[in-house]
Design a protein around this ligand. Structure first.
Ligand SMILES: C[S@@+](CC[C@H](N)C(=O)[O-])C[C@H]1O[C@@H](n2cnc3c(N)ncnc32)[C@H](O)[C@@H]1O
Length: 227
């Protein structure tokens, strides 16, 4: 029987073979460089298909974030979740934030199999979303080949005062990076990069500490777009 760990290791091995990417190390982070965009897209899509049955973020975490958003923002009407694979997270946000429109993205063509999910590369700003989102959430930032470009696209979608939420877990640290998860960063490096890329349009307002959660231990960096 193939175990979940075995499936994940096989997906990384396949990505390493396909990508032939160069591992670059900097202070607090690791970033793999692909030869071209098509290789990146193929690696991500193959990885998505290999792990299509898997689920990383858990319902309790999404419900916690939804409660935080309501306390901070009042009514939440529109949100985006990036890199959602099976679309579970936007389903849980929708359930908890009754009446909110929450859309998920995934780069893989499998996106269209799941409700409220669109095939979209999260590095690209979408004019239909610009300045509209009360919140943008993702735990897939470690799949970015150009993190600063991705952060800018996410802030672009926020309405004035809207919130960007990025999970940081043990799976997001530099030593967890691979050709499949090309970016890994410490909390300090992640916050520094976010501030460097988007500091003219907002600021990091804090971290939510969920590291004691048994299902999904995480800390969440919160960036608020200027009102
Ligand atoms: C580690 S999985 C996380 C899935 C889901 N968020 C969860 O918690 O189970 C990362 C997902 O991000 C998607 N992805 C990778 N690069 C992407 C990109 N540039 N734009 C959108 N989705 C991307 C992958 O296809 C994959 O489904």
């Amino acid at each position: 029987m193939t175990t979940k760990k075995g499936i994940f290791q096989a997906a990384i091995a396949q990505a390493e073979a396909t990508a032939n990417a160069e591992r670059q190390e900097a202070e607090g982070y690791v970033l793999y460089k692909y030869n071209d965009y098509e290789t990146y897209r193929r690696v991500q899509q193959d990885g998505n298909k290999a792990k299509l049955g898997a689920q990383y973020v858990q319902k309790g975490h999404v419900f916690f974030l939804a409660g935080y958003l309501e306390r901070e923002l009042g009514a939440v009407r529109f949100g985006l979740c990036h890199g959602v694979r099976r679309g579970k997270e936007q389903g849980w946000f929708r359930r908890r934030l009754k009446g909110a429109e929450v859309i998920g993205t995934d780069i893989s063509e499998t996106a269209t199999q799941f409700p409220n999910t669109v095939q979209w590369d999260f590095h690209d700003p979408n004019p239909e979303w610009a300045g509209r989102a009360d919140f943008v959430y993702t735990n897939s930032w470690d799949h970015a080949f150009d993190p600063e470009r991705a952060f800018n696209a996410w802030v672009d979608a926020l309405r004035p005062g809207g919130l960007l939420l990025l999970d940081h877990t043990p799976g997001h640290v530099p030593r967890s990076a691979s050709a499949l998860d090309p970016f890994g960063a410490t909390e300090a490096a992640l916050e520094g990069m976010l501030t460097r890329a988007c500091g003219a349009r907002g600021q990091v307002v804090g971290w939510l500490d969920r590291s004691g959660d048994t299902d999904y231990p995480a800390r969440v960096v919160v960036f608020r777009r200027n009102p």
